[in-house]
Design a protein around this ligand. Structure first.
Ligand SMILES: [Zn+2]
Ligand SMILES: [Zn+2]
Length: 230
């Protein structure tokens, strides 16, 4: 089986992350993974100095973490892919299959209504997943669901409670949405719970991943690993 981390944050692209893309690559290589998807918070409003820059420069800086991961991955032999975590008032979506070139060519997405962005991403061939749909936190005013705008749902997120994950499982099952899993790892989490997607044949690129997930050729997994120690 080939194991992939699908939900991973790195610094500096994600304001909340506490490790670099190269650290993340070394960690998942040592854990026996075949690859990782770097899914930083897209144009993170929590980094105002980034948001003050021209759009193209924001995209370059956003993808710099992925590019660092790609270089580190080539050195150690770990596949590194890009993804995006899009946030609308703390309701989060993972988007896979759109390249840096695509984002550079679509400046109109900055400020676009989230529903329109999700529809556009799907039309452009991307995979759209609702991350931790039942997450609750002081900063979240209410739970928002978009059952007609996503392909799938994180039914297991290693950073959420058993109850939140169980609600996500019920939601996915009742609406016939694809099951998906990830860790939402930001660095030195003290717990070792990890989630992700696995398959019998290795993923070749982001499009191959999208195709395999949509075809139901990938399975969710949940495992316990040693936490990251620098
Ligand atoms: Zn975060
Ligand atoms: Zn996340």
């Amino acid at each position: 089986m080939y194991y992939y981390e699908t939900h991973l944050h790195t610094a500096p692209a994600s304001g909340c992350a506490r490790w670099s893309a190269a650290d993340a690559v070394r960690y998942f290589k040592a854990a026996g993974y075949a690859g990782i998807f770097i899914t930083n918070h897209f144009l993170d409003d929590d980094i105002p100095e980034l948001r003050a820059l021209p759009y193209a420069q924001q995209i370059e800086l956003y993808f710099a973490d992925y590019e660092e991961g790609l270089r580190a991955g080539r050195e150690v032999g770990l596949a590194v892919f890009s993804g995006v975590e899009l946030s609308y008032k703390k309701t989060d979506f993972l988007i896979y299959g759109l390249s840096k070139e695509w984002y550079l060519a679509h400046p109109e997405i900055d400020g676009m209504a989230v529903k329109d962005f999700l529809a556009l991403a799907q039309r452009e061939g991307a995979l759209v997943i609702h991350a931790h749909p039942f997450r609750e936190a002081g900063s979240i005013d209410h739970i928002r669901l978009y059952p007609r705008s996503v392909h799938g749902v994180e039914i297991y997120n290693a950073n959420r409670s058993a109850f939140e994950n169980e609600m996500a499982q019920n939601y996915a099952r009742n609406y016939g949405l694809l099951p998906f899993a990830g860790s939402d790892i930001h660095g030195k989490e003290s717990h070792g719970q990890r989630g992700g997607m696995c398959c019998e044949t290795p993923i070749t690129d982001e499009q191959d991943f999208v195709k395999k997930v949509l075809a139901g050729e990938m399975e969710t997994f949940h495992k316990e690993l040693k936490p990251f120690v620098k």
